[in-house]
Design a protein around this ligand. Structure first.
Ligand code: FAD
Length: 452
Protein backbone atom coordinates (compact mmCIF):
# COMPACT_ATOMS: atom_id res chain seq x y z
CA UNK A 1 0.00 0.00 0.00
CA UNK A 2 1.26 3.46 -0.90
CA UNK A 3 1.47 5.96 2.01
CA UNK A 4 1.73 9.78 1.99
CA UNK A 5 1.17 12.66 4.41
CA UNK A 6 -1.86 13.95 2.52
CA UNK A 7 -4.29 12.50 0.00
CA UNK A 8 -6.22 15.02 -2.10
CA UNK A 9 -9.24 13.88 -4.10
CA UNK A 10 -9.68 16.22 -7.08
CA UNK A 11 -7.20 18.44 -8.92
CA UNK A 12 -9.26 21.62 -9.41
CA UNK A 13 -8.16 24.96 -7.90
CA UNK A 14 -8.82 23.65 -4.39
CA UNK A 15 -6.98 20.37 -4.87
CA UNK A 16 -3.98 21.49 -6.91
CA UNK A 17 -3.43 24.55 -4.70
CA UNK A 18 -3.49 22.37 -1.56
CA UNK A 19 -1.00 19.99 -3.23
CA UNK A 20 1.30 22.84 -4.26
CA UNK A 21 1.35 24.48 -0.81
CA UNK A 22 1.77 21.21 1.08
CA UNK A 23 4.56 19.98 -1.21
CA UNK A 24 6.43 23.30 -0.88
CA UNK A 25 6.38 22.79 2.88
CA UNK A 26 7.92 19.33 2.56
CA UNK A 27 4.80 17.17 2.90
CA UNK A 28 4.27 14.20 0.59
CA UNK A 29 1.02 14.33 -1.35
CA UNK A 30 -1.01 11.93 -3.50
CA UNK A 31 -3.57 13.63 -5.75
CA UNK A 32 -6.40 11.72 -7.43
CA UNK A 33 -7.99 13.13 -10.56
CA UNK A 34 -10.52 11.23 -12.67
CA UNK A 35 -10.71 13.74 -15.53
CA UNK A 36 -8.33 16.60 -16.42
CA UNK A 37 -6.19 18.47 -13.91
CA UNK A 38 -7.36 22.06 -13.43
CA UNK A 39 -10.92 20.96 -12.62
CA UNK A 40 -14.06 22.84 -13.59
CA UNK A 41 -12.44 26.26 -13.26
CA UNK A 42 -9.73 25.70 -15.83
CA UNK A 43 -11.36 23.23 -18.21
CA UNK A 44 -15.04 24.18 -18.35
CA UNK A 45 -15.55 27.14 -16.01
CA UNK A 46 -13.80 30.41 -15.18
CA UNK A 47 -11.08 30.40 -17.83
CA UNK A 48 -12.96 29.25 -20.97
CA UNK A 49 -15.89 31.53 -20.18
CA UNK A 50 -13.57 34.48 -19.68
CA UNK A 51 -11.95 33.77 -23.06
CA UNK A 52 -15.38 34.00 -24.67
CA UNK A 53 -16.25 37.06 -22.57
CA UNK A 54 -13.16 38.78 -24.00
CA UNK A 55 -14.43 38.03 -27.52
CA UNK A 56 -17.80 39.46 -26.56
CA UNK A 57 -16.18 42.63 -25.23
CA UNK A 58 -14.12 43.01 -28.40
CA UNK A 59 -17.16 42.59 -30.66
CA UNK A 60 -19.15 45.13 -28.64
CA UNK A 61 -16.26 47.62 -28.89
CA UNK A 62 -16.08 47.09 -32.65
CA UNK A 63 -19.81 47.69 -32.98
CA UNK A 64 -19.24 51.05 -31.30
CA UNK A 65 -16.11 51.93 -33.28
CA UNK A 66 -17.78 54.69 -35.34
CA UNK A 67 -18.33 56.70 -32.13
CA UNK A 68 -14.52 56.78 -31.83
CA UNK A 69 -14.06 57.88 -35.44
CA UNK A 70 -13.14 54.41 -36.70
CA UNK A 71 -15.40 54.16 -39.73
CA UNK A 72 -16.30 51.69 -42.46
CA UNK A 73 -14.88 48.76 -40.53
CA UNK A 74 -15.37 45.49 -42.26
CA UNK A 75 -14.94 42.28 -40.28
CA UNK A 76 -16.39 38.81 -39.92
CA UNK A 77 -16.74 36.86 -36.70
CA UNK A 78 -15.26 33.37 -36.85
CA UNK A 79 -16.74 31.30 -34.01
CA UNK A 80 -14.41 28.33 -34.67
CA UNK A 81 -11.34 30.59 -34.20
CA UNK A 82 -12.85 31.85 -30.94
CA UNK A 83 -13.25 28.29 -29.69
CA UNK A 84 -9.71 27.38 -30.84
CA UNK A 85 -8.24 30.39 -28.99
CA UNK A 86 -10.17 29.39 -25.87
CA UNK A 87 -8.84 25.82 -26.15
CA UNK A 88 -5.27 27.08 -26.60
CA UNK A 89 -5.50 29.25 -23.48
CA UNK A 90 -6.95 26.37 -21.47
CA UNK A 91 -4.33 23.89 -22.75
CA UNK A 92 -1.48 26.24 -21.94
CA UNK A 93 -2.76 26.91 -18.40
CA UNK A 94 -3.39 23.18 -17.88
CA UNK A 95 0.25 22.57 -18.73
CA UNK A 96 1.08 25.01 -15.92
CA UNK A 97 -0.99 22.93 -13.47
CA UNK A 98 0.72 19.74 -14.68
CA UNK A 99 4.05 21.46 -13.90
CA UNK A 100 2.89 22.35 -10.37
CA UNK A 101 1.85 18.73 -9.84
CA UNK A 102 5.17 17.41 -11.17
CA UNK A 103 6.82 18.47 -7.88
CA UNK A 104 8.88 15.52 -6.57
CA UNK A 105 6.75 15.31 -3.41
CA UNK A 106 3.50 15.00 -5.39
CA UNK A 107 2.19 11.80 -7.02
CA UNK A 108 -0.79 12.10 -9.33
CA UNK A 109 -3.07 9.10 -9.75
CA UNK A 110 -5.36 9.57 -12.75
CA UNK A 111 -8.34 7.63 -11.45
CA UNK A 112 -11.59 7.94 -9.52
CA UNK A 113 -10.98 7.68 -5.77
CA UNK A 114 -13.37 6.47 -3.07
CA UNK A 115 -13.02 6.19 0.71
CA UNK A 116 -12.29 2.89 2.39
CA UNK A 117 -11.89 4.51 5.80
CA UNK A 118 -10.77 7.83 7.33
CA UNK A 119 -7.16 7.25 6.28
CA UNK A 120 -7.50 5.13 3.14
CA UNK A 121 -8.87 5.56 -0.38
CA UNK A 122 -9.25 3.02 -3.15
CA UNK A 123 -8.57 3.84 -6.80
CA UNK A 124 -8.35 1.37 -9.66
CA UNK A 125 -8.39 -1.47 -7.12
CA UNK A 126 -5.34 -0.16 -5.24
CA UNK A 127 -5.30 1.19 -1.68
CA UNK A 128 -3.61 4.45 -0.70
CA UNK A 129 -3.14 5.63 2.86
CA UNK A 130 -2.45 9.06 4.37
CA UNK A 131 -2.52 10.87 7.70
CA UNK A 132 -4.99 13.39 6.27
CA UNK A 133 -7.43 13.32 3.36
CA UNK A 134 -8.78 16.44 1.64
CA UNK A 135 -11.95 16.13 -0.43
CA UNK A 136 -11.78 18.64 -3.31
CA UNK A 137 -14.14 16.96 -5.75
CA UNK A 138 -15.88 20.13 -6.98
CA UNK A 139 -19.37 20.31 -8.46
CA UNK A 140 -21.49 19.61 -11.55
CA UNK A 141 -24.45 21.34 -13.20
CA UNK A 142 -27.88 20.84 -11.63
CA UNK A 143 -31.00 20.16 -13.68
CA UNK A 144 -34.63 21.00 -13.00
CA UNK A 145 -37.03 18.13 -12.28
CA UNK A 146 -39.18 18.90 -15.33
CA UNK A 147 -40.45 16.92 -18.31
CA UNK A 148 -37.99 16.93 -21.17
CA UNK A 149 -39.46 15.34 -24.29
CA UNK A 150 -37.47 12.62 -25.99
CA UNK A 151 -35.10 13.97 -28.62
CA UNK A 152 -34.92 17.44 -27.02
CA UNK A 153 -31.35 18.32 -26.25
CA UNK A 154 -30.72 20.41 -23.15
CA UNK A 155 -27.17 21.68 -22.74
CA UNK A 156 -25.21 22.47 -19.62
CA UNK A 157 -22.42 25.06 -19.42
CA UNK A 158 -19.73 22.52 -20.40
CA UNK A 159 -21.68 21.49 -23.53
CA UNK A 160 -22.10 25.12 -24.50
CA UNK A 161 -18.36 25.69 -24.33
CA UNK A 162 -17.71 23.00 -26.90
CA UNK A 163 -20.34 23.93 -29.51
CA UNK A 164 -19.09 23.41 -33.05
CA UNK A 165 -21.34 26.09 -34.50
CA UNK A 166 -23.00 29.21 -33.28
CA UNK A 167 -26.78 28.71 -32.92
CA UNK A 168 -29.22 31.31 -34.23
CA UNK A 169 -31.04 31.44 -30.92
CA UNK A 170 -30.69 30.19 -27.37
CA UNK A 171 -33.02 29.99 -24.39
CA UNK A 172 -31.19 30.16 -21.06
CA UNK A 173 -32.97 28.76 -18.03
CA UNK A 174 -31.66 30.62 -14.98
CA UNK A 175 -30.39 34.18 -14.56
CA UNK A 176 -27.68 33.42 -12.01
CA UNK A 177 -23.99 34.10 -12.62
CA UNK A 178 -23.45 31.39 -15.25
CA UNK A 179 -26.71 32.11 -17.12
CA UNK A 180 -26.03 35.85 -17.22
CA UNK A 181 -22.43 35.49 -18.40
CA UNK A 182 -23.51 33.24 -21.26
CA UNK A 183 -26.46 35.54 -22.08
CA UNK A 184 -24.08 38.49 -22.41
CA UNK A 185 -21.53 36.49 -24.46
CA UNK A 186 -23.97 34.91 -26.92
CA UNK A 187 -25.86 38.17 -27.42
CA UNK A 188 -22.57 39.85 -28.38
CA UNK A 189 -21.95 36.97 -30.80
CA UNK A 190 -25.19 37.89 -32.59
CA UNK A 191 -27.33 35.06 -31.15
CA UNK A 192 -30.96 35.76 -30.20
CA UNK A 193 -30.96 35.23 -26.41
CA UNK A 194 -33.97 34.68 -24.13
CA UNK A 195 -33.55 34.18 -20.38
CA UNK A 196 -36.24 32.58 -18.20
CA UNK A 197 -35.82 33.09 -14.44
CA UNK A 198 -37.94 31.95 -11.51
CA UNK A 199 -37.00 34.84 -9.21
CA UNK A 200 -38.12 38.49 -9.37
CA UNK A 201 -34.70 39.71 -10.48
CA UNK A 202 -31.53 38.33 -12.04
CA UNK A 203 -28.34 37.72 -10.04
CA UNK A 204 -29.63 37.29 -6.47
CA UNK A 205 -26.04 37.60 -5.16
CA UNK A 206 -26.09 41.28 -6.14
CA UNK A 207 -27.78 44.30 -4.66
CA UNK A 208 -31.21 44.23 -6.36
CA UNK A 209 -30.91 47.82 -7.59
CA UNK A 210 -27.58 47.08 -9.27
CA UNK A 211 -28.86 43.78 -10.70
CA UNK A 212 -31.90 45.57 -12.16
CA UNK A 213 -29.80 48.27 -13.82
CA UNK A 214 -27.47 45.69 -15.33
CA UNK A 215 -30.44 43.67 -16.62
CA UNK A 216 -31.96 46.81 -18.20
CA UNK A 217 -28.67 47.42 -19.99
CA UNK A 218 -28.64 43.88 -21.31
CA UNK A 219 -32.28 44.27 -22.39
CA UNK A 220 -31.25 47.34 -24.38
CA UNK A 221 -28.65 45.16 -26.08
CA UNK A 222 -31.47 42.86 -27.20
CA UNK A 223 -31.65 40.11 -24.56
CA UNK A 224 -35.22 39.15 -23.61
CA UNK A 225 -35.88 38.35 -19.94
CA UNK A 226 -38.91 36.50 -18.54
CA UNK A 227 -38.70 37.00 -14.76
CA UNK A 228 -40.87 35.33 -12.11
CA UNK A 229 -41.51 32.52 -14.56
CA UNK A 230 -41.39 28.81 -13.71
CA UNK A 231 -40.18 26.52 -16.47
CA UNK A 232 -42.56 23.56 -16.68
CA UNK A 233 -41.20 21.46 -19.52
CA UNK A 234 -39.17 21.28 -22.70
CA UNK A 235 -40.60 19.85 -25.89
CA UNK A 236 -40.21 20.21 -29.64
CA UNK A 237 -42.39 23.35 -29.31
CA UNK A 238 -39.76 24.96 -27.08
CA UNK A 239 -39.28 25.82 -23.42
CA UNK A 240 -42.66 26.07 -21.70
CA UNK A 241 -43.03 28.25 -18.62
CA UNK A 242 -45.77 29.61 -16.39
CA UNK A 243 -45.56 33.39 -16.20
CA UNK A 244 -46.33 35.53 -13.14
CA UNK A 245 -49.97 35.83 -14.24
CA UNK A 246 -50.29 32.04 -14.24
CA UNK A 247 -50.39 31.77 -18.03
CA UNK A 248 -48.28 29.25 -19.92
CA UNK A 249 -45.92 30.65 -22.54
CA UNK A 250 -43.30 29.05 -24.74
CA UNK A 251 -39.87 30.15 -26.02
CA UNK A 252 -38.67 28.66 -29.29
CA UNK A 253 -34.90 28.41 -29.55
CA UNK A 254 -32.35 26.37 -31.44
CA UNK A 255 -30.44 25.55 -28.22
CA UNK A 256 -31.47 25.38 -24.57
CA UNK A 257 -29.00 25.98 -21.72
CA UNK A 258 -29.90 24.79 -18.24
CA UNK A 259 -28.09 27.11 -15.81
CA UNK A 260 -29.92 26.56 -12.53
CA UNK A 261 -26.95 26.10 -10.22
CA UNK A 262 -24.31 23.52 -9.27
CA UNK A 263 -24.33 20.48 -7.02
CA UNK A 264 -21.30 19.10 -5.14
CA UNK A 265 -19.68 15.97 -6.64
CA UNK A 266 -20.07 13.20 -4.10
CA UNK A 267 -21.31 10.28 -6.19
CA UNK A 268 -19.19 7.18 -5.77
CA UNK A 269 -16.98 8.89 -3.19
CA UNK A 270 -17.81 6.30 -0.54
CA UNK A 271 -18.83 8.79 2.16
CA UNK A 272 -20.75 5.97 3.88
CA UNK A 273 -17.43 4.31 4.63
CA UNK A 274 -16.49 7.28 6.85
CA UNK A 275 -20.02 7.68 8.24
CA UNK A 276 -20.74 11.04 6.61
CA UNK A 277 -24.20 12.05 5.34
CA UNK A 278 -24.72 14.93 2.92
CA UNK A 279 -26.30 18.15 4.14
CA UNK A 280 -28.28 19.99 1.45
CA UNK A 281 -26.38 17.92 -1.09
CA UNK A 282 -22.93 18.99 0.16
CA UNK A 283 -20.22 17.45 2.33
CA UNK A 284 -20.87 18.98 5.78
CA UNK A 285 -17.89 20.76 7.32
CA UNK A 286 -17.02 22.79 10.35
CA UNK A 287 -16.91 26.25 8.70
CA UNK A 288 -13.72 27.40 10.42
CA UNK A 289 -11.51 24.30 10.07
CA UNK A 290 -13.16 22.62 7.02
CA UNK A 291 -13.02 19.33 8.92
CA UNK A 292 -15.76 17.04 7.63
CA UNK A 293 -18.59 16.55 10.12
CA UNK A 294 -19.65 12.94 10.64
CA UNK A 295 -23.24 11.69 10.98
CA UNK A 296 -22.86 11.83 14.79
CA UNK A 297 -22.43 15.63 14.50
CA UNK A 298 -18.76 15.98 15.40
CA UNK A 299 -15.84 16.76 13.06
CA UNK A 300 -13.68 13.84 11.94
CA UNK A 301 -10.04 14.02 12.98
CA UNK A 302 -8.37 13.55 9.60
CA UNK A 303 -10.77 14.37 6.75
CA UNK A 304 -11.37 17.85 5.27
CA UNK A 305 -13.58 19.11 2.44
CA UNK A 306 -12.77 22.28 0.52
CA UNK A 307 -14.10 24.17 -2.50
CA UNK A 308 -17.40 23.44 -4.24
CA UNK A 309 -17.62 20.03 -2.52
CA UNK A 310 -18.61 21.66 0.79
CA UNK A 311 -21.10 23.98 -0.96
CA UNK A 312 -20.18 27.01 1.18
CA UNK A 313 -18.81 29.46 -1.40
CA UNK A 314 -18.77 28.04 -4.91
CA UNK A 315 -15.95 30.17 -6.31
CA UNK A 316 -12.48 29.25 -7.52
CA UNK A 317 -10.73 31.75 -5.24
CA UNK A 318 -12.74 30.43 -2.26
CA UNK A 319 -11.52 26.90 -3.08
CA UNK A 320 -7.91 28.11 -3.26
CA UNK A 321 -8.03 30.04 0.01
CA UNK A 322 -9.82 27.21 1.82
CA UNK A 323 -7.01 24.96 0.55
CA UNK A 324 -4.40 27.34 1.99
CA UNK A 325 -6.24 27.49 5.33
CA UNK A 326 -6.41 23.68 5.62
CA UNK A 327 -2.73 23.22 4.70
CA UNK A 328 -1.78 25.86 7.28
CA UNK A 329 -3.71 23.94 9.93
CA UNK A 330 -1.96 20.70 8.98
CA UNK A 331 1.36 22.48 9.38
CA UNK A 332 0.28 24.02 12.69
CA UNK A 333 0.58 27.54 11.20
CA UNK A 334 -1.79 30.35 12.20
CA UNK A 335 -3.02 32.56 9.33
CA UNK A 336 -4.99 35.73 8.71
CA UNK A 337 -7.20 34.40 5.91
CA UNK A 338 -10.62 36.10 6.07
CA UNK A 339 -12.97 33.67 4.37
CA UNK A 340 -15.94 35.75 5.58
CA UNK A 341 -14.88 38.51 3.17
CA UNK A 342 -15.44 36.84 -0.17
CA UNK A 343 -15.54 39.09 -3.25
CA UNK A 344 -17.30 37.77 -6.36
CA UNK A 345 -17.65 38.98 -9.94
CA UNK A 346 -20.00 38.40 -12.83
CA UNK A 347 -18.21 38.77 -16.16
CA UNK A 348 -21.02 40.17 -18.26
CA UNK A 349 -20.21 43.22 -20.40
CA UNK A 350 -20.03 45.40 -18.40
CA UNK A 351 -18.94 43.47 -15.33
CA UNK A 352 -20.70 43.37 -12.00
CA UNK A 353 -19.09 42.54 -8.68
CA UNK A 354 -19.74 42.56 -4.96
CA UNK A 355 -18.24 41.99 -1.55
CA UNK A 356 -19.98 41.94 1.81
CA UNK A 357 -23.51 43.09 2.48
CA UNK A 358 -25.87 44.59 -0.08
CA UNK A 359 -28.27 47.40 0.79
CA UNK A 360 -31.15 44.88 0.77
CA UNK A 361 -29.32 42.75 3.36
CA UNK A 362 -28.58 45.78 5.56
CA UNK A 363 -32.30 46.67 5.50
CA UNK A 364 -33.46 43.10 6.15
CA UNK A 365 -31.10 42.71 9.09
CA UNK A 366 -32.14 46.06 10.60
CA UNK A 367 -28.56 47.38 10.45
CA UNK A 368 -27.92 51.10 10.99
CA UNK A 369 -26.12 51.79 7.68
CA UNK A 370 -25.25 54.54 5.23
CA UNK A 371 -25.29 53.96 1.48
CA UNK A 372 -22.96 56.10 -0.65
CA UNK A 373 -23.35 55.92 -4.41
CA UNK A 374 -21.16 56.95 -7.28
CA UNK A 375 -21.50 56.63 -11.02
CA UNK A 376 -19.27 55.76 -13.95
CA UNK A 377 -20.64 58.74 -15.91
CA UNK A 378 -19.09 61.12 -13.31
CA UNK A 379 -15.63 59.56 -13.65
CA UNK A 380 -13.08 61.02 -16.08
CA UNK A 381 -11.45 57.73 -17.03
CA UNK A 382 -14.80 55.98 -17.62
CA UNK A 383 -15.96 58.81 -19.89
CA UNK A 384 -12.64 58.77 -21.76
CA UNK A 385 -13.06 55.04 -22.28
CA UNK A 386 -16.63 55.51 -23.51
CA UNK A 387 -17.84 53.39 -20.58
CA UNK A 388 -20.36 55.68 -18.94
CA UNK A 389 -22.80 53.00 -17.68
CA UNK A 390 -22.26 51.88 -14.14
CA UNK A 391 -23.10 52.47 -10.52
CA UNK A 392 -21.39 51.64 -7.23
CA UNK A 393 -22.96 51.42 -3.79
CA UNK A 394 -20.70 51.54 -0.74
CA UNK A 395 -22.36 50.43 2.49
CA UNK A 396 -20.94 51.53 5.82
CA UNK A 397 -21.95 50.97 9.43
CA UNK A 398 -22.50 53.59 12.13
CA UNK A 399 -18.84 53.13 13.17
CA UNK A 400 -17.69 53.99 9.63
CA UNK A 401 -16.50 50.46 8.86
CA UNK A 402 -17.20 49.18 5.37
CA UNK A 403 -20.00 46.60 5.39
CA UNK A 404 -20.05 45.90 1.68
CA UNK A 405 -19.82 47.24 -1.82
CA UNK A 406 -21.81 46.25 -4.92
CA UNK A 407 -21.25 47.63 -8.40
CA UNK A 408 -21.73 47.20 -12.11
CA UNK A 409 -19.72 48.96 -14.79
CA UNK A 410 -16.48 48.50 -16.73
CA UNK A 411 -13.83 46.77 -14.56
CA UNK A 412 -16.15 46.66 -11.54
CA UNK A 413 -14.31 43.53 -10.32
CA UNK A 414 -11.03 45.45 -9.92
CA UNK A 415 -12.74 48.13 -7.84
CA UNK A 416 -14.45 45.56 -5.63
CA UNK A 417 -11.09 43.85 -5.09
CA UNK A 418 -9.81 47.09 -3.56
CA UNK A 419 -12.81 47.22 -1.22
CA UNK A 420 -12.26 43.61 -0.27
CA UNK A 421 -8.65 44.30 0.74
CA UNK A 422 -9.74 47.34 2.75
CA UNK A 423 -12.42 45.30 4.54
CA UNK A 424 -9.78 42.69 5.46
CA UNK A 425 -7.84 45.48 7.16
CA UNK A 426 -10.93 47.00 8.85
CA UNK A 427 -10.56 50.32 7.04
CA UNK A 428 -13.15 52.99 7.76
CA UNK A 429 -14.81 55.06 5.07
CA UNK A 430 -12.95 58.18 6.31
CA UNK A 431 -9.61 56.40 6.02
CA UNK A 432 -10.56 55.33 2.49
CA UNK A 433 -11.48 58.90 1.54
CA UNK A 434 -8.00 59.99 2.75
CA UNK A 435 -6.16 57.47 0.57
CA UNK A 436 -4.59 58.88 -2.60
CA UNK A 437 -5.98 57.31 -5.78
CA UNK A 438 -4.30 57.73 -9.17
CA UNK A 439 -6.04 60.16 -11.51
CA UNK A 440 -7.66 59.39 -13.85
CA UNK A 441 -8.61 55.85 -12.91
CA UNK A 442 -11.82 53.92 -12.43
CA UNK A 443 -10.80 53.36 -8.79
CA UNK A 444 -11.60 57.04 -8.20
CA UNK A 445 -15.26 55.93 -8.46
CA UNK A 446 -14.74 54.26 -5.08
CA UNK A 447 -12.99 57.27 -3.59
CA UNK A 448 -15.81 59.53 -4.78
CA UNK A 449 -18.33 57.28 -3.03
CA UNK A 450 -16.25 57.32 0.17
CA UNK A 451 -16.09 61.13 0.10
CA UNK A 452 -19.90 61.00 0.15
C1 FAD B 1 -19.27 28.05 -16.50
C2 FAD B 1 -18.61 28.36 -15.18
C3 FAD B 1 -17.97 29.58 -15.00
C4 FAD B 1 -17.35 29.85 -13.79
N1 FAD B 1 -16.73 31.06 -13.63
C5 FAD B 1 -16.14 31.35 -12.45
C6 FAD B 1 -15.44 32.58 -12.27
O1 FAD B 1 -15.34 33.41 -13.17
N2 FAD B 1 -14.85 32.82 -11.07
C7 FAD B 1 -14.92 31.92 -10.04
O2 FAD B 1 -14.38 32.19 -8.97
N3 FAD B 1 -15.58 30.75 -10.18
C8 FAD B 1 -16.17 30.43 -11.36
N4 FAD B 1 -16.79 29.23 -11.52
C9 FAD B 1 -16.81 28.30 -10.37
C10 FAD B 1 -15.48 27.55 -10.25
O3 FAD B 1 -15.22 26.87 -11.47
C11 FAD B 1 -15.53 26.57 -9.10
O4 FAD B 1 -15.91 27.27 -7.93
C12 FAD B 1 -14.18 25.94 -8.88
O5 FAD B 1 -13.76 25.22 -10.01
C13 FAD B 1 -14.24 24.98 -7.67
O6 FAD B 1 -12.98 24.41 -7.50
P1 FAD B 1 -12.83 22.98 -6.81
O7 FAD B 1 -11.37 22.72 -6.70
O8 FAD B 1 -13.64 22.93 -5.59
O9 FAD B 1 -13.51 21.93 -7.81
P2 FAD B 1 -13.38 21.66 -9.37
O10 FAD B 1 -12.73 22.75 -10.09
O11 FAD B 1 -14.76 21.26 -9.82
O12 FAD B 1 -12.42 20.39 -9.44
C14 FAD B 1 -12.79 19.17 -8.88
C15 FAD B 1 -12.01 18.06 -9.56
O13 FAD B 1 -12.22 16.84 -8.83
C16 FAD B 1 -12.31 15.74 -9.75
N5 FAD B 1 -13.03 14.66 -9.06
C17 FAD B 1 -14.31 14.68 -8.61
N6 FAD B 1 -14.59 13.53 -7.95
C18 FAD B 1 -13.46 12.77 -8.00
C19 FAD B 1 -13.14 11.48 -7.49
N7 FAD B 1 -13.99 10.78 -6.77
N8 FAD B 1 -11.89 10.99 -7.76
C20 FAD B 1 -10.97 11.71 -8.48
N9 FAD B 1 -11.25 12.95 -8.97
C21 FAD B 1 -12.47 13.48 -8.72
C22 FAD B 1 -13.08 16.35 -10.92
O14 FAD B 1 -12.85 15.61 -12.11
C23 FAD B 1 -12.48 17.78 -10.98
O15 FAD B 1 -11.39 17.84 -11.88
C24 FAD B 1 -17.39 28.90 -12.73
C25 FAD B 1 -18.03 27.67 -12.91
C26 FAD B 1 -18.62 27.40 -14.13
C27 FAD B 1 -19.30 26.06 -14.33
Amino acid sequence: MSKSDIIIIGAGPGGYRAAELAAKQGLSVTVFEKERVGGTCLNVGCIPTKCLARNAELLLSLSDAAAFGVENLSYAFNFQTTIQRKDQVVDSLRQGVETILSHPSVSVVRAHAAFKDEHTVIADGNEYEADHIIIATGSSSKTLPIDIAEGCEVLDSSDLLSLGQLPKSICIIGAGVIGMEFASIFNAFGVEVTVVEFLKECLPVLDSDIAKRLRKMLEKRGITFHLQCAVSGISKDGVAFVNKKGKTECVQAEKVLMAVGRKPNTEGLGLDAIDVSLERGAVPVDASSFRVVGSAGSPLGSVYAIGDANGLQMLAHAAEMQAAHVVNQLLGKADDIRLDIMPAAIFTTPEAACVGLSEDECKNRGIDYACRKSFWRANGKAMAMGESDGMLKLLTGSDGLILGCHAFGAHAADIIQEVSSLMCRRTTVCQLADMVHIHPTLSEILKTAAEG
